[in-house]
Design a protein around this ligand. Structure first.
Ligand SMILES: O=C(O)C(=O)C[C@]1(C(=O)O)C=C[C@@H](O)C=C1
Length: 364
């Protein structure tokens, strides 16, 4: 995929004194007291650069708490005045944008359920024309990089240059450890495509449970993310939404303080050591590809043999046997099972593609 994005660095619109950007606040603004107490306690802890709060909540099914709407905006504006911290809210319609700006909200974010729909994103882009406000875009609910990229392109098309990505993970059909699968590689791909685009990790929505927040936040920092957005509530168990994934402002402070921020300490030998290790990787990758090419040459021969003998391309018994034996071998070699599984699925699919091509060729 090729794409271009005109993005300003994070430091040009928010001062974090060189530290990762921390956006903290309740999942939802529920009452004036809840907003006031939560935000005051977060501000007192001193870690947050921005306060977040959900005002309009897209819920899976009707009947759940859908946010206080416009009524909550003055509560947030008051806390901005009191603490001096900028406020971020989620917007999903042009009317949300109009109201958020009317009440002096500083940063807008587009949620995963909006990013997924290009019509919605375009409506938001149209409403943002001529407005100078930072816009954070969460990944779409499904793992489709192009949709995420498209959302940035649409918002950039409105002239917005203060943008950042929020990586909140991807919805699952089945119950998994995390509420939303991180699929880190997709965020890394986005980062590779737009190296200048700030990346913010959203451990709260990946985790779904307090217990996993630390490991996910640390992982994001290890991947050199520019910041974190984390939910915090004065009394998490009583929260009207996402009760199981929020932390008290103080517990969040403790967690943030325990995170390791990877700062390279460049010793004299660092670069040459790094270069040597990278040279080894380059050589191994070449060998990997040569071995793969050799395998494909055998697959092609097998294809010709099958054509001559009128044998079907897909051989399920052999595939099952191969799949299991490679999984066992991978385990013995201490390889991550999913890597081995996915790699052989891809290789097998490519064998089938190649042999189907061979089958349909006239013999020489
Ligand atoms: O064993 C075969 O029949 C092959 O063609 C090789 C191969 C493979 O790539 O390993 C490819 C297709 C079959 O479904 C099973 C295995």
């Amino acid at each position: 995929m090729k794409a271009n994005l005109d993005v300003l660095p994070l430091s040009s619109w928010i001062d974090t004194a060189g530290k990762p950007l921390i956006i903290a606040g309740p999942c939802s603004a529920e009452t004036e007291e809840q907003v006031s107490e939560t935000v005051s306690r977060i501000a007192k802890e001193g870690y947050a650069h921005v306060i977040r709060a959900g005002v309009w909540k897209p819920r899976t099914r009707p009947g759940s708490f859908e946010g206080m709407g416009e009524a909550a905006l003055p509560w947030l504006a008051a806390m901005k005045k009191e603490t001096g911290l900028p406020i971020a809210v989620e917007v999903a319609t042009p009317q949300h944008i109009e109201l958020a700006l009317k009440y002096g909200i500083d940063i807008l974010w587009i949620g995963a359920r909006t990013t997924v729909n290009p019509f919605n994103v375009q409506d938001l882009a149209d409403a943002l024309k001529g407005v100078d406000v930072p816009v954070l875009i969460k990944n779409p609910v499904n793992p489709d990089l192009a949709l995420w990229v498209g959302a940035f392109e649409r918002i950039a098309g409105a002239g917005i240059k203060k943008m950042a990505a929020i990586h909140r993970g991807f919805s699952n059909a089945q119950e998994t450890k995390f509420r939303n699968s991180p699929m880190w590689q997709l965020a890394v791909e986005l980062k590779t495509l737009f190296p200048q685009l700030p990346m913010i990790g959203d451990p709260s929505h990946m985790a779904g449970k307090r217990a996993y927040l630390y490991e996910l936040a640390q992982r994001a920092l290890d991947l050199n993310y520019d910041g974190l957005i984390i939910e915090s509530h004065r009394n998490p168990d009583e929260a009207w939404s996402d009760a199981s994934q929020q932390l008290t402002p103080e517990a969040l402070g403790e967690m943030l303080r325990s995170l390791e921020i990877r700062k390279p300490s460049y010793g004299e030998d660092f670069q040459s050591e790094l270069d040597q290790l990278r040279q080894k990787i380059d050589n191994i990758d070449r060998e990997l590809l040569e071995v793969l090419a050799a395998r494909m040459a055998v697959v092609e021969k097998l294809g010709e043999y099958k054509r001559e003998n009128n044998v079907a391309v897909l051989q399920l018994d052999r595939w099952k046997q191969l799949h299991n034996s490679r999984a066992d071998l991978g385990k013995k070699l201490n390889l991550y099972p999913e890597l081995v599984e996915e790699m052989f699925k891809l290789i097998h699919m490519e064998s089938i593609r190649k042999q189907t091509e061979v089958m349909n060729q006239q013999p020489a």
